[in-house]
Design a protein around this ligand. Structure first.
Ligand code: AAO
Length: 484
């Protein structure tokens, strides 16, 4: 396992198009290719529960119904099997790959009903004829499996509970069982054979690493229609750890794939908000220097679909699209900084943290229309999309030319390929910077359309003898960024 994301060309930036329909993802891929995105993380494509009435006070058809699998039919809120195939082929053809959110550790909660592809299921009796799975395929309350009297995970400091009891009531698959493994491998291979190039694997903390390893090693090679012979699917795993004494750690999973580094997300919010005594100058050793996992194992993000709405860890400090200026700065930092494999979030607007994506009264998701007040499309915000180009120009280089201008204003370069100044003070900052860049004129990609002069009515930076005079206002962007 080499930890390298599957990308075409010099890039490794993944965008999570949360809850987008397959047809909309397909239409977006040529723009993503031009901007330099590597891949799209899509919402879970398997058949899922349809929760018209999820309970008192909860909105109909919440976003999280898709994390309750009913079968592995590729028929979901995002579209049909055929629409999924069309998306993968369209995107692969332009060199933007599809990474699937694989929900493999559990099925639904305790309710019964019909899934998004019409399959009956009964969570109470653990009966999923659409797979089929039946009660023997699930962990039980017995000494070698779940040891809590509720059958639920009650205490995250007890690894046995976390692996063998239910996560918020979700029916917990016996992933050591050969039949269960066969069904999961078949699902993953259906996706790989279609042309899916990678997986975000859900809730890995709750599955033994050897069970996951079995699934990964039994996946097919990627199809040679798009990928070199012998290419293996890329895997990154959701294992939440933000400190404290939980016994299950990201490090227990990094030998089989990358892992989401939640400490990155949890800390960067405090730094940009100036909470908890934090300031931008402390970013100088952000990464391993902060006790995070090895950057070559890490997937990093400012927010994810859970912690942007109070699910999962991070709390109030997590920055989201609602924080506008701070969010742009933090995401620009993420894309400029050489630690981890970056993921960019693309959200739908929400007030209710449980509400599903923009949709009609029957839970049919609306077509995406970026910036219409419902689909936020952070990945198309000018400042963020242009920083993908910065990231790619600098890929493979280290950090250089660090400068602490003041507590909350910093500058750094990327060994002659790129340079950025971020001003989170409440006033303009200005100075002469050693950039390490080749002499010439560069357009500021925060305010311009691209890096190459002429910089018509936007900011430009002249590097002479490696040095540049740069002024960064305190405005809605508060950054200047240049790259070769
Ligand atoms: C829904 C309803 C439930 C209902 C259930 C079944 O909300 O009330 O019981 O259906 O009917 C999503 C939603 C869930 C939803 C579920 C299924 O978020 O609300 O349940 O779909 O529809 C844990 C897991 C982690 C998981 C996270 C949400 O370890 O894997 O919970 N994330 C993924 C997905 C997520 C999805 C699922 C998994 C399930 O990304 O979208 O759920 O497929 C600690 C632990 C974490 C643990 C959190 C739970 O974190 O470390 O491992 O995450 O607790 O909150 C401090 C601590 C920190 C702690 C944190 C939060 O920061 O330091 O360690 O607080 O407490």
């Amino acid at each position: 396992y080499n930890g390298q994301p599957i990308c075409s060309g010099q890039t490794n930036v993944v965008v999570h198009l949360f809850e987008w329909k397959w047809a909309d993802v397909a239409s977006e891929c040529s723009a993503l290719a031009q901007l330099g995105y590597c891949a799209v993380q899509v919402s879970p494509p398997q058949e899922h529960a349809v929760l018209e009435d999820p309970g008192t006070g909860l909105p109909p058809y919440p976003w999280w119904q898709r994390y309750q699998p009913v079968s592995y039919a590729l028929d979901s809120r995002s579209g049909s099997h055929q629409e999924f195939v069309n998306m993968v082929e369209t995107c692969n053809d332009v060199g933007v790959y599809i990474y699937v959110d694989a929900v493999i550790q559990h099925m639904t909660g305790g309710q019964s009903g019909y899934g998004s592809s019409g399959s009956f299921y009964d969570g109470a009796t653990e009966d999923y004829p659409g797979v089929p799975f039946s009660t023997d395929d699930f962990h039980k309350q017995q000494p070698d499996e779940c040891t809590t009297s509720s059958g639920e995970i009650e205490d995250y400091s007890d690894a046995q509970q976390v692996r063998f009891c239910r996560l918020v009531g979700l029916r917990d698959l016996r992933t050591a069982n050969d039949y269960v493994r066969d069904m999961l491998v078949e699902y993953l291979n259906t996706l790989v054979d279609i042309g899916v190039a990678g997986f975000r694997v859900d809730a890995c903390k709750h599955t033994m690493p050897e069970d996951l390893e079995h699934l990964y090693t039994n996946m097919h090679d990627l199809p040679t229609r798009w990928f070199p012979a012998g290419s293996r699917p890329y895997v990154f795993q959701e294992v939440i750890y933000v400190g404290g004494d939980e016994p299950i750690r990201p490090e227990h999973y990094t030998h089989i794939g990358r892992v989401t580094e939640f400490r990155y997300s949890a800390n960067i919010g405090n730094i940009f908000r100036g909470w908890d005594g934090q300031q931008l100058s402390y970013l100088e050793d952000f990464g391993e220097g902060w006790g995070f996992m090895d950057g070559l194992d890490a997937v990093v993000f400012i927010d994810n679909h859970d912690n942007q709405r109070g699910h999962g860890p991070g709390g109030d400090s997590v920055l989201t699209y609602k924080d506008d200026r701070l969010y742009k700065m933090a995401t620009a930092f993420e894309l400029a900084w050489p630690y981890g494999q970056p993921r960019v979030m693309s959200s739908f607007a929400f007030d209710d943290t449980e509400a599903g994506p923009p949709s009609d009264g029957n839970g049919n998701t609306y077509d995406v229309e970026c910036f219409n007040g419902e689909w936020v499309c952070e990945h198309r915000w000018h400042q963020i999309e242009n920083m993908v180009g910065f990231h790619n120009a600098a890929l493979g280089t280290g950090m250089s030319h660090w400068r602490t201008i003041s507590d909350n204003a910093i500058a750094f370069g990327r060994e002659g390929t790129a340079f950025i100044v971020i001003n989170n003070e409440d006033h303009e900052v200005s100075g002469d910077f050693e950039t390490g860049m080749p002499d010439g004129e560069y357009c500021d990609v925060i305010s311009c359309d691209g890096p190459t002069p002429p910089c018509n009515s936007c900011g430009s930076v002249t590097v002479s003898g490696g040095n540049a005079h740069i002024t960064v206002p305190n405005d809605s962007d508060s950054m200047v960024a240049i790259h070769v």
